[in-house]
Structure formats: structure tokens, C-alpha cells
Design a protein around this ligand. Structure first.
Ligand code: SF4
Length: 233
């Protein structure tokens, strides 16, 4: 079966990032509008046409390269009709699965087949959410309430314009789901016209503020990330 996967990388710890093309949202600062391929690569991938691979080829690539864990992202993996089949194949081979998603198209089957879900919340304010993504957040939040379990972690993007208030609202909201939930906060990388990168100091202050007042564990990734090599194309 054909997938929407067009790019696969491998890290030194035998994990792999798998890129799905396309998304049901249209975020102003979506990194995919600027970097279609893994930004951790030393040499930029040059590929004029996307060649989507099928599920069998995906599994061959992963098994031949001794992959033990995958991160499904991109892009939004849940728009791919082949996702449930991919998840079943990964499970059969005991490959640990992390799904990065905006949550709008989550369902119980997908939730049951993955090991961890990194659930992205851009904003809880409907107008702000619409400004960022051109979509309502209602269905994603409904899905979060319906499917939330111990597999869920969270992520958001910190922008200069929305500041810490937007992230505090998310942290307060997450407190209603449980204690010590994990919230990754990424500083915006400039892409669109509406939002810009925050000052370093603001973001660090915000993380300290959240960790001192809420049980939510806020953190950010520092450095350039893990070295990656290309497995596909
Ligand atoms: S939800 Fe994620 S993948 Fe989709 S447009 Fe927004 S940033 Fe991009």
C-alpha cells in the first residue's frame, strides 16, 4: 500500500524520523514550508520530486538498518490512510512508535497502536488558533479529552507575539488532565509573516515560571539535535 512518506533519517541511537507529506492545518510558522527535509542533516537533501514509498519498502528500510524506535511526523501522519497498517507492521516487529500529531484526526485505533503521542497544542484561544493554523481547535481538544492516557506528552511553539501567556494557558489546561505532564516548548523558527522568534531570555523565563507554579514539566530542546543520516530518498 502506498504511503505519504517521502523522507526517512536515522540517528546514532538506532531511532528514525519518518516524514509524512501534507497536513490538514496551515500553520503560519510551519517549518515544512521552509525545510522539507531533516534540518539536522549536514548536507541538504536535493530531491525535486517526492517519491512516496509503500509500506513494504518502509519496513525493509527500517529492518535493514536495525531501527528500534521511530518518530512519525512531518507533516501530519494521521492524514495518511496507510497509517494504521504502518502501525500494525511496526508493532509486529517490536519497533517503538512515537507519533507527533495535531490530534484532529486521532482515533482509538491509532492511540492503541502507538507507544507515545506528542500532542501539539498551538493555542487554546479559538481566535488565536485560527490565526495561526486557519483551523478551529475544537475537534483536537475533544479528541484529547476522549483519548487522553499515560501515552500523551505535549508540545507547543513559543512566539514573540503571543509570549508566555499563551503557554501558561496551555499549562493550566493540562493540569486538569493530571500531574507532572510533559510540555516541550519550541522557540519559533521564522517562516511566515505573522509571528517571529522570541528573545532567548523570555522563553527561559517562561519555562522557569511554569515549572515553579504548575506540576507540568516544561522544557526546551537545546543545541542542534542528534546527528542524522539519510535512509530515504
Ligand atoms: S500542525 Fe504541524 S505539520 Fe501541520 S501545518 Fe501546523 S506546524 Fe505544520
Amino acid at each position: 500500500m502506498r504511503t505519504r512518506i517521502y523522507h526517512i533519517t536515522k540517528f546514532q541511537d538506532n531511532s528514525s524520523y519518518i516524514f509524512f507529506n501534507g497536513c490538514n492545518w496551515d500553520c503560519d510558522f510551519c517549518i515544512m514550508k521552509r525545510f522539507k527535509y531533516d534540518i539536522h542533516l549536514e548536507k541538504e537533501v536535493q530531491a525535486d520530486n517526492f517519491k512516496y514509498i509503500d509500506v513494504e519498502t518502509l519496513m525493509d528500510i527500517l529492518l535493514q538498518n536495525n531501527i528500534i524506535e521511530v518518530f512519525l511526523g512531518g507533516g501530519e501522519p494521521t492524514i495518511d490512510p496507510s497509517l494504521p497498517l504502518i502501525l500494525e507492521r511496526l508493532k509486529m516487529k517490536d519497533i517503538r512508535v512515537n507519533l507527533l500529531t495535531n490530534g484532529e484526526l486521532l482515533n482509538s485505533r491509532i492511540v492503541s497502536l502507538v507507544d507515545r503521542i506528542s500532542f501539539s497544542i498551538k493555542s487554546l484561544d479559538e481566535n488565536t488558533h485560527f490565526m495561526i493554523t486557519k483551523r478551529s481547535n475544537l475537534r483536537s481538544i475533544e479528541n484529547l479529552k476522549k483519548f487522553f492516557n499515560e501515552k500523551f506528552t505535549f508540545e507547543t511553539v513559543y512566539t514573540r507575539e503571543l509570549g508566555c501567556r499563551n503557554v501558561i494557558e496551555i499549562a493550566e489546561f493540562l493540569e486538569s488532565f493530571g500531574k507532572n505532564l510533559i510540555l516541550r516548548i519550541d522557540p519559533l523558527i521564522p517562516v511566515g509573516n505573522l509571528f517571529t522568534s522570541p528573545p532567548e531570555y523570555d522563553l527561559n523565563e517562561c519555562i522557569n515560571h511554569i515549572n515553579s507554579r504548575y506540576s507540568v514539566k516544561a522544557y526546551r530542546i537545546k543545541g542542534k539535535g542528534k546527528n542524522a543520516v539519510v535512509l530515504y530518498p
